[in-house]
Design a protein around this ligand. Structure first.
Ligand code: SF4
Length: 489
């Protein structure tokens, strides 16, 4: 999948899942990777009580910050402005793209290097910039690999996790000039770094995501392992940070517990190699850093999510990816099968709310409601409950007092609607109900043996030879006649 196409999510979901299930190599890649990540996370949290206490702390911090979100955003804007960071507000992905392009134009810039940013995937930034003549190069190694393969990330933390060593070796061999086929991981990474190093110096603008935005100090916090984030935010003269509005926390004190949860849940690391804090452009006495820093605060549906008390829990997410690693469905079909920027359990909750149930509601089907995602979530998001609600709303219109997710009831099939109406009618008319039962039991031989995919792995349901009413009537009749018989004797 080379470009995220919202229009195809619902339409092609079943086919994508089928294709993924047939791809044995893909399944093996995911199985191995997810087992590895689950093991690493478990090793980081040996004491269950400590883990629960930390999860409760994380949940409480995120809830407190969300409860003051409007005020914190205003405070964050004010502090950033005082620090010399230029703040922009984008209500939609189109607005965010336009703001970023305008900054590029202001600097006559045609080259951008990007640190890892799922928000930029969400707004389709790379393709938008390419369509406007801007080269936008991914610098996170996983993102670089998927960009080279003309694909989208298949995991929010590890974008290229669907590929094994041999596939990456083939890709580098095909796409990088002069690169011989090599399965030596150090060599592959070394070559990638050589390519990227040059690009860091050539780019006029660097763009990054934001893990936490601190309102108290106007600080942008970035977690990463490869150093590419630091290069992206330090070497080019202009830095743009793209930040979802829910990422704001109240103070620097909120960061350590969240960081502890994030790195351990995501990659099973006690701490990441780099933790970058950016509080403004380069000062006159400083040796490095950008001369201009911008932050684009992205809404793109988050205000609507915020307005609904239950769905607001979605916004606690710190994008660690643990829910994906623990999801039995994601582990078998991989990220691309969802067809959305955000896959897995958190994707099933975020994507239908951002793009609407009529566009992405179908992915809520890919859940067995086993609850493993919610158990793994470091900030206790009740993912299964939210998925169940969005799945229900995809098929039903629910009157609500707050703005409902767009596309309510859009997945309800006409045949299903007619069946339920008929059922409701029969349930209200006892005479008709009895007649329908009589027909169903007497004509049971005509029941279809195949009912679409339902009967691929199950037998078709068949009405009983006699209805419960008939059996009960028969039994009371035979009881009555045996009592009669007893009295006569
Ligand atoms: S929903 Fe929870 S587990 Fe999933 S990415 Fe967000 S914080 Fe991590």
């Amino acid at each position: 999948m080379s470009r995220f196409e919202p229009a195809t999510v619902n339409l092609e979901f079943d086919k994508r899942v089928d294709d993924a299930l047939r791809d044995q190599e893909l399944r093996a890649n995911f199985r191995g990777a997810m087992d590895f990540l689950m093991g690493k996370r478990a090793a980081m949290f040996p004491d269950k009580e400590d883990l629960e206490a930390l999860r409760s702390q994380g949940e409480a911090i995120r809830n407190r910050c969300l409860s003051q979100l409007p005020e914190l955003l205003e405070q964050f804007e004010q502090r950033c402005t005082e620090n010399g960071i230029q703040v922009h507000w984008a209500e939609t992905s189109q607005e965010a793209n336009a703001i970023i392009l305008e900054i590029m134009h202001k600097h006559d810039a045609t080259r951008m290097v990007k640190g890892k940013s799922m928000a930029s995937e969400e707004i389709g930034l790379n393709h938008f910039l390419a369509d406007h003549g801007v080269e936008c190069l991914e610098t996170d190694m996983g993102e670089y690999i998927v960009q080279l393969a003309d694909e989208t990330p298949s995991h929010i933390i590890m974008p290229a996790i669907h590929k094994n060593k041999q596939q990456i070796a083939r890709l580098f061999n095909q796409k990088i000039d002069g690169m011989e086929y090599s399965e030596d991981v150090d060599r592959l990474i070394g070559i990638g770094r050589d390519v990227l190093r040059q690009k860091f110096f050539e780019a006029e603008v660097g763009l990054s995501g934001v893990n936490f935005a601190v309102a108290e100090t106007g600080t942008l916090c970035l977690v990463e392992n490869e150093g590419n984030g630091r290069m992206t935010t330090t070497i080019p003269p202009v830095h743009i940070a793209l930040c979802g509005i829910e990422k704001v926390v109240e103070s620097l004190q909120d960061i350590p517990p969240l960081l502890r949860l994030l790195t351990r849940s995501a990659t099973g690391q006690a701490i990441t190699t780099y933790f970058n804090m950016i509080s403004g452009p380069r000062k006159p006495d400083e040796k490095d850093g950008p001369q201009e820093v911008h932050v684009v605060l992205l809404d793109n549906g988050r205000s609507r999510i915020y307005a609904d008390k239950q769905l607001q829990e979605t916004l606690r997410c710190i994008r660690c990816g643990a829910c994906m690693n623990h999801c039995p469905v994601y582990t078998r079909i991989g990220g691309h099968a969802y067809g959305t920027t955000y896959p897995g359990p958190i994707g099933q909750v975020v994507s239908p709310q951002i793009w609407g149930l009529h566009t992405a509601g179908a992915i809520t089907k890919a859940c067995s409601l086993n609850g493993a995602c919610g158990e793994a979530c470091p900030v206790k998001i009740p993912l299964a409950d939210l998925i169940r609600r969005l799945r229900y709303e995809s098929n039903n219109d629910e009157p609500t007092t707050v703005p409902a997710p767009r596309g309510q009831g859009s997945l309800r099939k006409r045949s299903e609607a007619v069946t339920w109406k008929l059922w409701a009618l029969l349930s209200r008319k006892p005479g008709l109900y009895k007649l329908a039962l009589l027909l169903a039991t007497r004509l049971r031989a005509l029941t279809p043996k195949h009912i679409g995919p339902w009967t691929l792995y199950r037998s078709a349901p068949k009405p009983a030879a006699r209805s419960l009413h008939e059996l009960a009537a028969q039994r009371s009749q035979s009881n009555a006649s045996s009592q009669e018989h007893g009295r006569n004797e």
